[in-house]
Design a protein around this ligand. Structure first.
Ligand code: NAG
Ligand code: NAG
Ligand code: NAG
Ligand code: NAG
Ligand code: NAG
Length: 954
């Protein structure tokens, strides 16, 4: 009876523990990433006219628009323009004006305006005529419009025409439009206080381009005049034009002649081309020329030209005479070896340039070469800086500067007066593979125990005694720390430090750009180290294997790189083979750390014959076959599964390598047992037919290749994500398709769960019952036993792009199905008891069923707020979620990557083996002490009383 009550009580417990408020940021971490900031569309901006606080804005190569707090590098808001733009655009544009609470971004044919302070959408537009070639915010205010709101000038270009439009700052509606059907290449737009300039490139007769400037009236959009500059001998491609200034008192166009001997400068709107000789004094070839100028109407017309050579850089500052439109060289910033980046800042009308080199940062005014501020930089890594933006403050006679510097390998750093304030590791957005490192703390002990296990009894005994004697050297140290440990564990109200239970394991992450990071999950995912393992931009990593102290990365070209997990040093490399690999299969077990790999070619065959005693291998091939292989043979598969014609295999999954089963049966309410169909060799294959819109799921026996179960769903949208996962005796998949088997019925996102049992009847083990020794290969039973499959489908509110299952050490804890929700940017863990296919349909659960934890089936599965592991965070772009057991049975580690980086812990059955935060050790100790004192005081009293009582009785 008591047991029944306990069971009932257990069934009433909530199967999922929500994440408490005070656990946010303690047990989880989130790197909200943007990608590489674009050099031309990154800036500091004061979003409000009433405050001097500025934020850092950018649009990245991933077309994410974001605002960053320059104080700590935290992302304040971000928007994904790639969702809205049709066809993959080249890159994005972002513009803003100080004191105006709007940033305008464009990608492809899409343009939108966002509130600079909170990232709310103000307006958006899609152009049917072509893509946005350039855009600028007009600094001059329109007398008729809302004060403080700036209009946008946009150039929309297609093959045949260029259109200039003025868009209203409030609504995005077109105020006027200027169209040109000349077939010129629409290039850029610029403005001065009185005019708008549309710059296009006119194809010259023989070769090269003439620069055409069309001057427009800002109010009416009518053409005022037109100028064609004969630049065709210098400008071979649009990239030859180095710079088109915008929003300056006297905007300029800059290009060079073909041999880079002289710089050509035209003040826009005039006919004259200034030619300034380039002082090629460095003695080496000029690799790159960049022009930096202020983007402010009232700023002085000064600009800086940055000349970079292979080994160093210098810069020259030029002044433009507003009256004569002549360009003169003012001064030079000397040649310095190493990388330099330059940034421009404007205070009032004065222009300042910041130069950041490998060793120092300096600030100069555009008017004279005197150095206003100089700071030494901490010794930086070998990363070359690519570009920077600066924010400058002048106090009496001194300046303070902060620069956001983006470097080659994806680190974005804010350097304030020579100090690195923060680093955003934007390179992590390209993560393609990740895994947990094995720390080698226990490795020594494991090895010693292994030695003892294989020795003679006497030898083992001597070995153990020696080991304990050796361990004695640590005893004094250990004793010394005891008082401190006790005190800190009693007094701190921190959650018990669980790092020694494997909760603070580093994660090794490999990115598409050939970089490898180690993240410390015990310290908010801080980057421990990062190294460039290979120089590439297409590193297709198929597997990362870890053994204590090292991690080996296997990309698809057959090579490998082994790194030291604690330092990131590269220990060894192997060369690539000639054939491209489709995947990497891993053999052996993590426990004995005897893992080895075998590559799988595009046609599904293993590159080498693998040698694993009981091993078999299931592979998929590029032409949609599923193949089974046994050890020592990589020529011909032992079986082959080909789905019906028209079907394409898109995914195959198996049970996780670590998938312990706590119980081989399910105890029903009446104490009978339903035996689970437990086969470690199962593979779930997903195949789709794009013509008939069906998706089929095949459950294969990996050893014999037999189809154990198959199901086909109709009306499936094969362009939507189809995810699947498998564990223990169950599998789940989700897709968008018909609800039920009825063509005419509604469509929606569905999640199907299936459980496998040995037999439909309790206490019955089906055909396996009599077979004591069963093998799929050499089966004595004529037809292999098929599982009894129970399925249930649920309607879910949104798509699932990836599925996996939480893993714990012994598998006793309830499992959660971890699902990535791309449309709401979150990760949820659905408790398995909710997804029980035995939930009674159309009736309430009987008492016996309720005891098992079953409750009435509801076709619509609403995602409970408590299931959101990512709670309110916007965890975007996740491609894969990993789970790993810890030494605590209750706790599973979770790590998600692919866009953002997110890590947390899941406790599907609550943290039953950990003392909670509310547990007061101090109170416990005080209670024990009080009890002790009480006993000491009361014991003599009681004894006297007893003695007295004895005397009285006699
Ligand atoms: C902003 O900066 C300017 C000049 O640097 C200063 O005069 C003004 O008082 C500042 N405004 C605020 C609100 O701090
Ligand atoms: C600059 O000088 C170097 C060495 O004298 C020469 O190789 C190079 O061609 C010159 N010009 C440019 C544009 O690099
Ligand atoms: C990794 O580096 C650390 C520190 O240099 C060293 O102690 C350790 O032995 C190295 N591990 C391997 C596997 O090389
Ligand atoms: C399919 O839908 C039709 C019309 O809604 C209904 O009459 C029929 O019974 C349904 N069939 C099944 C198998 O649900
Ligand atoms: C942005 O949108 C694209 C296309 O929908 C998607 O692939 C990508 O993951 C999104 N990225 C983020 C960070 O939201």
């Amino acid at each position: 009876m008591r047991l029944q009550a306990a069971l009932f009580f257990a069934a009433c417990l909530s199967p999922a523990a929500a994440i408490y408020n005070d656990e946010v940021n303690h047990i989880d971490f989130h790197h909200a990433l943007l990608g590489s900031p674009s050099p031309d569309s990154t800036f500091f901006l004061k979003p409000s006219s009433t405050s001097n606080a500025s934020l850092l804005y950018t649009i990245s190569d991933k077309l994410l628009v974001g605002a960053i707090n320059p104080r700590d590098g935290a992302l304040l808001w971000r928007q994904n323009l790639s969702r809205s733009a049709d066809s993959p655009p080249r890159g994005g544009l972002l513009r803003g004006v100080d004191g105006n609470d709007a940033v305008v971004g464009a990608a492809g044919n899409y343009i939108s305006s966002w509130s600079a302070q909170d990232g709310k959408l103000a307006w958006e537009n899609r152009f049917s005529e072509g893509v946005v070639a350039d855009l600028e915010l007009l600094e001059l205010e329109d007398a008729t419009a809302t004060p403080g709101v700036r209009d946008t000038i946009v150039v929309v270009g297609s093959e045949v025409s260029g259109i200039v439009r003025r868009l209203d700052g409030d609504s995005g509606s077109t105020k006027w439009e200027y169209k040109e059907d000349s077939g010129d290449i629409p290039f850029q737009v610029s403005s001065s206080p009185t005019e708008i300039f549309y710059i296009s490139l006119q194809s010259a007769l023989l070769k090269g381009y003439k620069i055409k400037v069309t001057v427009l009236d800002p109010v009416t959009g009518k053409q005022v005049r037109q100028q064609v500059l004969s630049s065709e001998s210098d400008v071979a491609t649009p990239e030859s034009v180095l710079f088109v200034g915008a929003n300056i008192a006297s905007p300029i166009i800059v290009w060079t002649d073909k041999s880079q001997k002289s710089l050509k400068v035209n003040v826009i709107g005039t006919k004259e081309i200034n030619s300034v000789a380039i002082d090629n004094t460095s003695g080496s070839e000029i690799r790159k020329i960049t022009v930096h100028a202020a983007h402010k109407l009232n700023a002085l017309p000064h600009f800086l030209v940055h000349y970079a050579t292979e080994a160093g850089a210098w810069a020259e500052v030029y002044h433009v005479d507003m009256k004569s439109s002549k360009v003169t060289k003012a001064y030079q910033l000397p040649y310095l070896p190493g990388q330099s980046v330059f940034a421009t800042s404007v205070i009032d009308a004065n222009v300042y340039f910041t130069r950041v080199t490998d060793s120092e940062a300096i600030v100069v005014s555009s008017a004279s070469h005197g150095i206003l501020g100089r700071w030494n930089l901490p010794k930086s890594s070998s990363d070359a800086a690519l570009h920077a933006v600066s924010d400058l403050v002048t106090r009496e006679k001194s300046v303070a500067v902060r620069s956001a510097v983006f470097s080659e390998h994806g680190d974005w750093q804010l350097i304030r007066n020579g100090q690195i304030e923060w680093t955003r590791n934007e390179g992590l957005i390209d993560a393609v593979a990740a895994t947990w490192a094995e720390i080698d703390a226990q490795e020594g002990l494991a090895h010693e125990l292994e030695v003892e296990g294989h020795d003679t009894i006497y030898g083992a005994y001597v070995h153990r005694v020696k080991r304990h004697v050796r361990d004695l050297q640590y005893l004094p140290d250990w004793l010394k720390h005891i008082p401190g440990r006790i005190l800190s564990s009693i007094l701190s109200d921190e959650v018990t430090n669980l790092d020694s239970f494997g909760l603070a394991t580093p994660v090794i992450v490999a990115t598409k750009n050939g970089r490898v990071y180690a993240l410390d999950t015990g310290n908010h995912g801080a980057v421990l180290w990062s190294v460039q393992a290979v120089e590439t931009s297409q590193w297709d990593v198929k597997a990362i294997l870890t053994s204590p102290g090292t991690a080996t990365i296997y990309p698809n070209d057959g090579s490998s790189v082994t790194l030291n997990v604690s330092t990131g040093d590269i220990i060894s490399r192997t060369a690539s083979s000639d054939s491209k690999l489709r995947s990497i299969a891993v053999f052996g077990s993590q426990e004995t750390s005897s893992l080895n790999t075998v590559g799988v070619r595009e046609d599904g065959s293993p590159v080498t014959a693998f040698d694993e005693v009981n091993g078999f291998l299931v592979t998929t091939s590029a032409d949609s076959r599923v193949l089974g292989w046994i050890a020592k043979d990589n020529k011909s598969p032992v079986w082959e599964f080909v789905p019906p014609s028209g079907q394409k295999v898109i995914h195959a999954t198996a049970r996780p390598a670590h998938d312990p089963v706590a119980s081989i049966g399910k105890v029903l309410g009446d104490r009978s047992v339903l035996y689970k169909y437990l086969n470690t060799n199962l593979a779930l294959v997903t195949a789709v037919n794009e013509k008939t819109n069906t998706a089929s799921f095949y459950l294969l026996d990996g050893v014999s290749g037999k189809v154990l179960h198959a199901t086909t769903q109709s009306g499936v949208d094969t362009t939507q994500p189809i995810a699947s996962a498998m564990s223990e005796n169950w599998f789940a998949y989700s897709f968008w398709g018909d609800v039920g088997s009825n063509e005419s019925s509604a469509k929606g996102y569905q999640l199907v769960i299936s459980e496998l049992y040995e037999s439909p009847f309790p206490n019955d083990r089906g055909p396996l019952d009599s077979a004591s020794n069963y093998s799929s290969l050499h089966s004595s039973i004529e037809s292999p036993p098929l599982p009894h499959v129970i399925s249930q489908a649920f309607m879910i509110p949104e798509p699932i792009s990836h599925m996996t299952v939480t893993q714990t050490r012994q598998g006793i804890t309830t499992r959660q199905l971890l699902c990535t929700l791309p449309s709401s940017n979150s990760i949820i863990g659905i408790p398995r008891p909710v997804l029980d296919p035995r939930r009674p349909v159309d009736r309430d659960a009987t008492a016996a069923e309720a005891e098992e934890g079953l409750f009435r089936y509801a076709p619509y599965l609403d995602f409970d707020g408590k299931w959101y592991l990512s709670h309110a965070r916007d965890v975007a772009g996740i491609k894969e979620v990993l789970s790993r057991p810890t030494l605590l049975e209750s706790t599973s580690l979770i790590f998600a990557f692919g866009g953002d980086i997110y890590g947390t812990r899941a406790t599907p059955s609550q943290a039953f083996d950990v003392l909670g935060k509310s547990f007061s050790k101090l109170q416990l100790v005080l209670t024990v002490v009080a009890l002790g004192v009480g006993v000491a005081v009361l014991a003599p009293m009681t004894r006297r009383k007893q003695v007295n009582a004895l005397w009285k009785a006699t």
